[in-house]
Ligand binder design. Structure first.
Ligand code: BGC
Length: 750
């Protein structure tokens, strides 16, 4: 898909470059190294713990100070009391909102709505910049095919295109149209690269990614952010083919600088430079500093190997002054582009703060609504009909847990702003419908079933039960991976208990990752998957339950049936023996003393389906959409040309709704094997009942090509297959031919 939005960071200008060079000429070595160091406050007031180092120019950036007056004081010390008066970068993890919390990034990805994701990042930047923050560590674009990994919550899912498009929107939202505006903050795309492939989803574990896979799957979202003008890049903690990312010059020099011409700066991850020694790449901090600086890490986060060793490395001739000057220039460039040399201070917000908060809450509500995915809806049990209901049982540990609905990375998130599902339901239920609330479990992990009788009684007395299940915030995020991704604690048992009431049961799941729901999928009539929906999760969920709005989210990740299926993802390769319903055998059907045979057998597990529980792109609505007339603008195109593809989508159900129209492509024969399907375009549309729309997409070389055998971009002639529909499982298909030159000549008239 192409984009018309402008770059959010201006290209370097001659005038700017002259200012940078002139400043660097005036800097002492210690001041240069200071720019490459990010300080964190110790115990005690930041002006005291950081003050002297700021005055001496030994720190150029700070992290985790979010009080406007304190930040202003630190800026003042840097600008007025240091020799060169260089202002500070003020970093903070503003990942999905600031005080107002948006859905977790994985939830936002389920909206498939770049405009909304851009708005959410803009709202976060507006709030964060009021606190003096001018640099965030987002978007995180690590492709992950492993929901055990806790940081899948912070990711935008398993697909390179969806991740790239949404991450680009985030960059645009954070950085705004003009990075020097007071409410713009510099973005940082992370973690470069491959972090999401950590073995068995254990955070920080090693990764194994062949170069072809790296280029075709893991790198494209980073490239989208570079093209959008992202100011900074963060390295990954992980090891890539034996060279940890923080010292990986293939990644940091060859790809980032040479192939992509990235002009911003690279920051290490927290302590990832000294960890090069723990990895076994270097023997000590000094070698680690040398390895990272030589590979192209411009700024060290949190640790002090640069401040302790760079000068020494320079004296001994192991490191060149040009390396340091180049790093300093890149850091200063961003500071200039942020406008910090003109005004490093954050003004008193005045009335703006109120308007900013209101906008943020409204966006948070839209985002929570559009992110929620209706996974299942038997007998159209949803939406709940207010006219016919007399009572609802609201049961479960996450129905009224203002903090737990916020998710990971909420350092600044304000639980006081949360509206919970229970509040949302009460509001919409009004006086007519009795709402019986029973938490039943203290936390999502609790195993104490003593309140289950009370839950069952409430279910019996009510017309319908809505269960709020899932994971508390702390069960996902950094360093919070799980080996088992079933509902924790006694929640599945709670579902079975409530089921005994014989009334309809709706499960609303709040979680930081896909969960294996096989245990409960038959026990409940409907499932709404709301991720960690953020501050406004409550009203958004209530709107969806009562049908004020129809659900429209689609899964940005595959939901496995059991953990043993992982990695399971839609854009897998075919292999030589692809499974089909006819070619699989179930463990229970194998005769006793069966002779060994592999004849006719394919790639499946004996003890589960070969398909996921819910596929990538899946998501239901209260209405139905019919797809027809899938056509290509021409049966053939030549390399360099654009192909139009159109499809008619009609709302054939009872209510208005949004649909996310998805286009998938396959190159069935290529010099390297290609995935069975790859998302190439998508569009969110809104249709009234009975309304239809012809949706058009365009495909060009960028969509048809891939990195081939020699790791170079190739576009190969031949047949391509295209599917369009409402999920990755759609079977509405057309084909077209991409012609080679002789074929193009042969077709020319005369
Ligand atoms: C994380 C980064 C984060 C940084 C700063 C690290 O532990 O991996 O993603 O931005 O801390 O808080």
């Amino acid at each position: 898909m192409s984009s018309t939005s402008p770059r959010t960071r201006p290209p370097a200008s001659d005038d700017l470059e002259q200012r940078i060079t002139a400043l660097i000429q005036r800097m002492s070595l210690s001041e240069k190294i200071g720019q490459m160091v990010l300080g964190q406050p110790g115990e005690g007031p930041p002006a005291e713990t950081l003050g002297d180092r700021l005055r001496e120019g030994r720190i150029g950036s700070i992290i985790n100070v979010v009080d406007r007056e304190t930040v202003n004081e630190l800026q003042r010390i840097a600008v007025e009391e240091s020799r060169l008066g260089i202002p500070l970068l003020v970093g903070r993890d503003v990942i999905h909102g600031f005080q107002t919390v948006m859905p977790i990034p994985l939830g936002q990805a389920a909206s498939w709505n770049p405009d909304l994701v851009r708005k959410a990042a803009r709202a976060a930047a507006e709030e964060a910049s009021l606190a003096g923050v001018n640099w965030t560590y987002a978007p995180m674009v690590d492709i992950s095919r492993d929901p055990r990994w806790g940081r899948v919550a912070e990711s935008l899912g398993e697909d390179p295109l969806l991740t790239g498009e949404l991450a680009k929107a985030m960059v645009e939202g954070f950085q705004g149209e003009d990075l020097s505006a007071p409410d713009a903050i510099a973005a940082c795309v992370k973690h470069f690269a491959g972090y999401g492939a950590s073995e068995s989803g254990r955070d920080y574990a090693t990764t194994n990614i062949p170069e072809n896979e790296l280029r075709n799957v893991y790198l494209p979202p980073f490239k989208s952010c570079i093209d959008a003008g992202v100011a900074t890049v963060m390295t990954s903690f992980s090891d890539l083919d034996g060279i940890p990312a923080t010292a990986n010059d293939f990644l940091l020099r060859r790809i980032l600088r040479e192939e992509w011409s990235f002009e911003g700066f690279v920051v290490s991850d927290w302590a990832s430079i000294p960890e090069l020694t723990t990895h076994g790449l270097t023997a000590n901090d000094k070698e680690a500093a040398l390895a990272a600086a030589s590979a192209g890490v411009d700024l060290e986060m949190a640790t002090d190997t640069y401040s302790r060793h760079l000068a020494e490395l320079l004296e001994s001739g192991q490191l060149a002054i040009e390396t340091i000057d180049a790093a300093v220039a890149r850091i200063l460039r961003i500071k200039f582009q942020l406008g910090l040399f003109d005004n490093p201070y954050t003004d008193q917000p005045g009335g703006d703060a109120v308007a900013i908060r209101e906008r943020a809450l409204e966006t948070a509500r839209d985002a929570a609504t559009q992110s929620t995915v209706l996974l299942q809806n038997r007998e159209a049990v949803l939406p709940l009909d207010r006219a016919r209901l007399a009572s609802i049982a609201v049961i479960g540990p996450l129905a009224d847990a203002p903090y737990e609905q916020l998710g990971t990375w909420i350092f600044d998130g304000d639980p006081e702003l949360s509206l919970t599902p229970l509040q949302g339901i009460r509001e919409l239920a009004g006086d007519q419908i009795a709402v019986r609330h029973v938490p039943a479990l203290d936390t999502s992990r609790s195993r104490d079933t003593s309140a289950f009788d009370q839950a069952l009684a409430a279910a019996r007395e009510s017309d319908v039960t809505v269960l709020f299940l899932g994971e508390e915030s702390i069960l996902s995020g950094e360093a919070h991976s799980r080996a088992n991704i079933d509902l924790p604690g006694a929640q599945a048992e709670l579902v079975r208990t409530v089921r005994q009431a014989g009334k309809p049961v709706v499960a609303v799941i709040l979680a930081g990752r896909p969960l294996t729901l096989s245990d409960i999928v038959e026990e409940v009539d409907a499932i709404l998957f709301a991720w960690h929906p953020g501050s406004m999760g409550g009203p958004a969920i209530a709107d969806l339950l009562f049908g004020t709005v129809s659900p429209s989210g689609k899964l940005p990740v595959t939901f496995p049936r059991v953990v043993g299926q992982i990695p399971i993802y839609y854009n897998q390769k075919n292999g030589g023996k692809p499974p089909s319903p006819e070619s699989v055998v179930h463990i229970d059907d194998i005769p006793v003393e069966a002779p060994q045979t592999s004849l006719g057998m394919t790639a499946f597990h004996l003890d589960t389906d070969f398909r996921p529980l819910f596929a990538f792109g899946h998501g239901l609505s209260y209405t139905r959409f019919h797809y027809s007339n899938l056509r290509t603008g021409a049966p053939t195109i030549a390399i360099g040309e654009t192909l139009r593809i159109s499809v008619e989508v009609k709302n054939i159900g009872p209510v208005a709704g949004d649909e996310i129209v998805q286009l998938y492509l396959r190159d069935p024969v290529a010099q390297v094997t290609r995935p069975i399907r790859e998302l190439k375009a998508f569009r969110r549309i809104n249709l009234e009942p009975g309304q239809s729309l012809t949706v058009e997409f365009e495909l060009c070389d960028r969509d048809l090509g891939f990195y081939g055998r020699h790791q170079e971009w190739v576009v190969e002639p031949g047949e391509f297959q295209v599917w369009v529909g409402g999920s990755s499982e759609t079977d509405l298909q057309v084909t077209f031919q991409l012609l080679n030159e002789e074929e193009v000549v042969a077709l020319r008239p005369g």
